[in-house]
Design a protein around this ligand. Structure first.
Ligand code: ASP
Length: 315
């Protein structure tokens, strides 16, 4: 008697690449691990209940946007002129539908607006004031700019300005190049989805838009693979990183591990970029490569336990 194969749902999340041990104290590390586990539990419960991958990645990213520890939603980094300007995207691998938003200053959960753009507009990408008008028209929760501000990010911005004035190009103590959040999921129907949300990079100017909101760069999903990236966004755009990983899986028959390694630990650092990604294939295999000291990351699958890691030497 033949039975349809049971698909075990899988959820991966990240909270940004680039963190170094000296950047976080033990208390923050515990809270970060707790938030990643909470995002995994929330998204995975939806997958277990039969919801689609898109619901799971959206729910997981909302948890991380709401945590002040990540560079997305509350806790977003500051622009050169002292504002929080956020980008986000979602993609549904089964239909190749996508939604993206950029340069938001008042949307509490940018990922929810990206999803609304995908589901309720004829467009893929909206930015700035127009995107926020669309948010108001669709009942997406707004927030005062003060809501996004955290003391840590404000100090990092001040430090970045000081370094700029002194002509220094060393890293900001406390790290300011990490914290973007993302999720990829495989649901019980075998469908994949990806979502990414970010405040971008500290000190960005001129309404710079990073890779997170660019479909194919920081966010991509199709029927073979789903990817969410984090790192120096310009390099992810130039290599079409998320799309490149999925093309390797679909057309070069590479494992998701080999495909993601090649792009994240090959192409991007060869150009001078840095960062990481989470990548999930339709058969449930996955990879979480990064070329930095650490990456906030986690996975939840068949054992129903959230597995969270930060450093290179953790499984
Ligand atoms: N990739 C994001 C950007 O460039 C930043 C990050 O992942 O930390 O906007």
């Amino acid at each position: 008697m033949s039975r349809a194969a049971v698909i075990e749902p899988v959820l991966l999340v990240h909270g940004g690449a680039g963190v170094r041990r000296q950047d976080i104290d033990a208390g923050s590390e515990d809270e970060i691990r707790g938030a990643l586990a909470q995002a995994l539990r929330q998204g995975h419960a939806l997958l277990q209940a039969g919801h689609g991958a898109l619901d799971a990645v959206t729910a997981a990213v909302v948890v991380l946007e709401d945590s002040p520890h990540f560079n997305a939603g509350r806790g977003a980094v500051f622009t050169h002129d002292g504002r929080n300007e956020m980008d986000a995207a979602v993609m549904d691998g089964a239909t190749l539908r996508a939604g993206a938003v950029a340069n938001l200053e008042h949307v509490r959960n940018p990922v929810l607006l990206a999803r609304a753009v995908m589901e309720h507009s004829p467009h893929v990408m909206l930015a700035g004031a127009g995107a926020e008008t669309f948010a108001r028209e669709h009942g997406i929760a707004l927030a005062d700019p003060d809501y996004f501000r955290t003391e840590l990010r404000w100090r990092q911005w001040q430090e970045a300005l000081r370094r700029e004035a002194s002509g220094s190009n060393e890293d900001t103590p406390g790290g300011d190049r990490f914290g973007t959040v993302g999720a990829v999921a495989l649901d019980v129907h075998g469908h994949l989805a990806a979502a990414t949300s970010t405040g971008g990079m500290t000190g960005k100017r001129w309404n710079r838009i990073g890779d997170s909101a660019v479909i194919g760069a920081g966010t991509y999903a199709d029927s073979h693979c789903a990817v969410s990236g984090t790192g120096w966004g310009e390099f992810y755009i130039r290599t079409a990183a998320a799309h490149a990983i999925c093309m390797r899986v679909a057309h070069m028959r590479q494992s998701v591990h080999d495909a993601a390694e090649r792009v994240i630990r090959g192409e991007i650092p060869e150009l001078g970029g840095s960062g990481g990604a989470i990548a999930l294939a339709a058969d449930g295999t996955f990879a979480m490569p990064f070329n930095t000291a650490g990456m906030f990351r986690g996975r939840m699958g068949a054992d129903g336990v959230p597995h969270v890691a930060i450093w290179k030497d953790e499984p």
